[in-house]
Structure formats: structure tokens, C-alpha cells
Design a protein around this ligand. Sequence first.
Ligand SMILES: [Fe+2]
Ligand SMILES: [Fe+2]
Length: 131
Amino acid sequence: MQWDDAGHALGVAEMDDTHREFLSFVSALEQASDADFPVLFEQARMHTRKHFEREYELMKSCRFPAVREHEAEHARVLADLSHLSARVQQGSLVMARAYVKGLPDWFRGHLATMDSALAACLKAHDMAQPA
Ligand SMILES: [Fe+2]
Ligand SMILES: [Fe+2]
């Protein structure tokens, strides 16, 4: 899955930058050899943790109404990644690779709902730096 401005940009520069990076991790993981996969998976997990922490800050700054739902969804994904990371460290890549395959669909859905709503909240409060 490649970044596509028309389909993915929310018009909030820092969110768009982070999402572009997220998608490059996903596509790098999809193509990674077994030797490269574990380090890349860890980097993607750390990047995702920062991505979600930053969105939490943005939610607080614009008093995002659905903060609990959005945070719960982030927490669910981070828990999945943490569980899978343990498997990967033990040398088992199968489940993590399957999970990575599902990430583009998850991203599309999350972007269209919670992240779009957050971007709208930031714009409504004049807190969005345009991309
Ligand atoms: Fe996001
Ligand atoms: Fe999000």
C-alpha cells in the first residue's frame, strides 16, 4: 500500500507526515526478508507508539469528543503489536506477517473515521497546520 495524497491526506501536516511514514513501514515490512523483519517490526512498533501518543496530545488540545474510543482503538493495536513483538523475538514471524497484511485495511478504516474526525476537530479549532 502506497501513500496517496487524494485518498489519505487529512490536511493536517503532522498527521499526514506520520501516516506517510506509517505506510512506508507497512510496505517495507511486507517486502522484508526474514532476516530484516524483526528489526523493522520493532521500529514500526515504536513509530506507531509515538504516532498514537502524539494523536492523544492533539485530541486533548482540541477537546476531541471521542477521545476514549479513539484511545481504546490505539491501545488495542499497541497491545497486538506488543504481543506479536514477543513472538517475533522468539523467531516466529508467521503471525506478525499476517497481521502486517491486515494493516492497510485497518489504516483505511481508522483514517476514514477516527483520524478524520480528529483532523476536523483540529481544523475547527484553527489548530491544523495545512499540509
Ligand atoms: Fe493516525
Ligand atoms: Fe488515530
